[in-house]
Ligand binder design. Structure first.
Ligand SMILES: Cc1cc2nc3c(=O)[nH]c(=O)nc-3n(C[C@H](O)[C@H](O)[C@H](O)COP(=O)(O)OP(=O)(O)OC[C@H]3O[C@@H](n4cnc5c(N)ncnc54)[C@H](O)[C@@H]3O)c2cc1C
Ligand SMILES: *[C@@H]1O[C@H](CO)[C@@H](O)[C@H](O)[C@H]1NC(C)=O
Ligand SMILES: *[C@@H]1O[C@H](CO)[C@@H](O)[C@H](O)[C@H]1NC(C)=O
Ligand SMILES: *[C@@H]1O[C@H](CO)[C@@H](O)[C@H](O)[C@H]1NC(C)=O
Ligand SMILES: *[C@@H]1O[C@H](CO)[C@@H](O)[C@H](O)[C@H]1NC(C)=O
Ligand SMILES: *[C@@H]1O[C@H](CO)[C@@H](O)[C@H](O)[C@H]1NC(C)=O
Ligand SMILES: *[C@@H]1O[C@H](CO)[C@@H](O)[C@H](O)[C@H]1NC(C)=O
Ligand SMILES: *[C@@H]1O[C@H](CO)[C@@H](O)[C@H](O)[C@H]1NC(C)=O
Ligand SMILES: *[C@@H]1O[C@H](CO)[C@@H](O)[C@H](O)[C@H]1NC(C)=O
Length: 539
């Protein structure tokens, strides 16, 4: 976990000034003038009006800019460190200036796209830092004939789906479900959604990229080279530079798709169905994606009791008449009937799977701020052998606890295309042999935030409980469900390969070694770093 104890430069300076003579104070002030040095530096580097996109702590819009896209409000308490500057660039050259001047002034850089980082790494740091917020670099250019698109580094998934659908109903991108997730973190950490069994990950379909490296140079696939390009598709771009744009390959979807969500409680044999699902979900026709959302719900007979509900939340890339026989053959136990199903255009299915409020329309997919913010903690696991019934029943018991009122488990099926792509193709290694991925999640609200540790402990206990049922050596995890419990880099000292390997192999398996090699080559001074960035050094 992050330590809330912060040695923040301005306050350090202030207290030093109180203790020492004014002369000492002036000397110290000159040594610690990095903020002013930074401002002077960017102004001299950048002829464009960069000062108009820099928010200082004095600026009345500083706070609203900071809070703008923060998803997990665990990381915005007044005690959390805040950036010295927030920069909202409109051009690549402004970012080049910010990178070079941060380096020269000893400030760390945090890049923010959609702001969905689970541990807040895109907008918080324990050392003096600036935020490069890419929200104004968010244009999306679609070439429907060539089936490619250029997407800027600050664009969000919802707008990407929306812009594609505006051009054609038959193309899509295999990315995640939440429309406010950003392409910056999402593509560079893997990125999956309902198309993963057919087309793999978002990162599997990236064709080119533009990135600004630690020397402030703009590189594309050709000039960065294949090792560098490999690393930013799954290894997390934050360790390597600032991605200003991605070129992506669009994939084909039919005119009409079918969605359904079948809910079953414990009384309706949820345990038996979840158990059975583990034997079929990764082997289905790859046009079929059936995930399970597990939550606690009130009993339908209003007796004040609660039960567990498994929601089989699904999409089929075709019409009902082909889906029904398929389900009857491969998962008859679910008892899917025509009345459960709805045929939709692809973009309407995107809306169906989004977390937008009830009554939202397709146009709302472009809304950058549709939902109230929450507090949450998440963890991930991969399942390679079906969890036995008694294992599932033990899991349900955790949901009887008070702390689990707003907890959720999401089981996402693998197989299909995911099993065909070699583990070393990109840094994301979780391929053949994985039946499904679990995301463990717990939410709480403002009122309960003084007890945040309770919820965090709940999910840590649950994670402990599932140990015997999930992947081992390493116990694998998904980078985009970032979890600092797995381990963090040393602050100040360079983290060694051996230390970082503890969490590095969980996210990347054998690919971690190559990531360290690439990092050492392209950012030897370890300028782009955070609590879980790829370290430099020899493996
Ligand atoms: C509500 C919700 C739903 C989600 N649903 C899914 C899902 O369906 N499928 C899935 O795979 N994941 C999902 N995720 C996880 C999501 O993919 C990751 O949190 C992702 O990293 C978020 O990217 P971002 O740009 O929004 O976040 P940010 O917080 O902006 O960035 C995340 C990390 O990437 C870095 N970064 C961002 N942009 C750039 C850039 N342009 N250049 C360099 N570094 C950059 C940041 O510095 C940070 O380290 C979900 C998350 C949330 C909160
Ligand atoms: C705040 O910063 C913005 C962006 O740099 C600038 O346009 C604006 O004038 C500043 N406002 C104040 C009150 O300083
Ligand atoms: C913020 O305002 C204070 C007091 O007016 C001033 O001393 C300081 O230099 C300002 N900081 C920046 C970064 O503009
Ligand atoms: C969505 O993409 C379009 C096309 O590039 C762009 O003009 C628009 O500003 C984007 N909207 C948002 C909210 O990012
Ligand atoms: C299934 O459960 C979810 C979550 O509780 C709910 O939103 C949805 O409306 C339910 N669907 C059906 C078909 O009952
Ligand atoms: C529950 O589901 C399992 C697996 O689908 C099935 O074998 C079993 O017969 C079901 N039990 C009941 C009571 O329906
Ligand atoms: C479930 O019941 C509790 C207590 O009766 C109530 O507070 C809560 O709102 C109910 N939840 C839902 C989703 O209906
Ligand atoms: C750095 O490492 C040295 C030697 O291992 C240790 O003594 C020191 O406390 C570390 N410093 C920090 C800031 O972690
Ligand atoms: C970390 O390593 C880099 C590259 O070897 C070096 O430039 C830097 O000074 C080191 N930092 C610390 C704190 O040891």
């Amino acid at each position: 976990m992050k330590t809330p104890t912060i040695v923040y430069m301005p306050s350090l300076l202030l207290s030093t000034c109180l203790v020492f003579s004014s002369l000492t104070c002036i000397v110290l002030a000159q040594q610690h003038q990095s903020p002013h040095k930074f401002l002077k530096c960017v102004q001299s580097h950048n002829s464009e009006s960069i000062s108009q996109v820099i928010y200082t702590k004095n600026n009345s819009s500083y706070l609203s800019n900071l809070l703008f896209s923060i998803q997990n409000i665990r990381f915005i308490s007044p005690s959390m460190p805040r950036p010295v500057f927030i920069i909202t660039p409109f051009t690549e050259s402004q970012i080049q200036a910010v990178v070079l001047c941060s380096k020269a002034s000893g400030l760390q850089v945090r890049v923010r796209c959609g702001g969905h980082d689970y541990e807040g790494l895109s907008y918080s740091s324990n050392v003096p830092f600036v935020i490069i917020d890419l929200r104004y670099l968010s244009s999306i250019k679609i070439d429907a004939e060539k089936r490619v698109a250029w997407v800027e580094g600050g664009a969000l998934l919802g707008n990407l789906s929306y812009q594609i659908a505006k051009r054609t109903g038959n193309l899509a991108y295999p990315n995640g479900l939440c429309p406010t997730v950003g392409v910056g973190g999402h593509f560079s950490g893997g990125g999956y959604g309902t198309l993963l069994r057919k087309y793999g990950l978002a990162a599997d379909n990236v064709l080119d990229a533009r990135i600004i490296n630690a020397n402030g140079e703009i590189l594309d696939r050709k000039s960065m080279g294949e090792d560098f390009f490999w690393a930013i598709r799954g290894g997390g771009a934050a360790s390597f530079g600032v991605v200003t744009a991605w070129k992506i390959r669009l994939v084909q979807v039919p005119d009409i798709v079918t969605v359904f969500t079948v809910n079953r409680t414990l009384e309706q044999n949820a345990t038996g169905l979840v158990h059975r699902w583990q034997y079929v979900a990764d082997k289905f026709d790859r046009d079929l994606f059936v995930r399970i959302l597990i939550t606690r719900v009130n009993s339908s007979d209003h007796n004040g009791k609660t039960t567990i509900q498994a929601a089989f939340n699904s999409i089929y890339l075709g019409k009902i008449d082909r889906l029904l026989p398929l389900m009857h053959e491969s998962f008859p136990e679910l008892g899917l009937v025509k009345e459960d199903c709805m045929e939709k255009r692809w973009i309407e299915a995107v809306l169906y799977f989004s977390d937008l409020p009830y009554g939202s329309t397709v146009d709302d997919l472009t809304n950058r701020n549709p939902n109230p913010r929450t507090y949450y903690k998440a963890k991930s696991d991969f399942v390679q052998v079906p969890i036995p019934k008694h294992g599932l029943e033990g899991l349900w018991k955790f949901f009887d606890e008070d702390d689990a009122a707003d907890a959720q488990l999401i089981f996402a099926p693998y197989g299909g295309r995911m099993s065909e792509i070699p583990e070393s193709e990109i840094p994301f290694p979780h391929r053949a042999g994985n039946i499904y991925e679990i995301q463990h999640l717990v939410y709480w609200d403002e009122e309960r935030n003084h007890e945040a540790e309770r919820y965090i402990n709940w999910i840590r206990r649950l994670y402990e409980y599932v140990t015997p049922f999930v992947s081992k050596n390493p116990r694998a995890a998904y980078l985009n469900y970032r979890d600092l419990d797995l381990g963090v880099n040393n602050e100040g000292n360079n983290t060694s390969y051996e230390e970082a390997n503890v969490w590095g192999t969980k996210y990347f398996k054998n690919n971690f070694k190559r990531l360290v090699e690439v990092k050492s080559k392209v950012d030897p001074s370890n300028f782009f770093r955070n609590e879980q960035s790829i370290p430099t050094g020899s493996s």
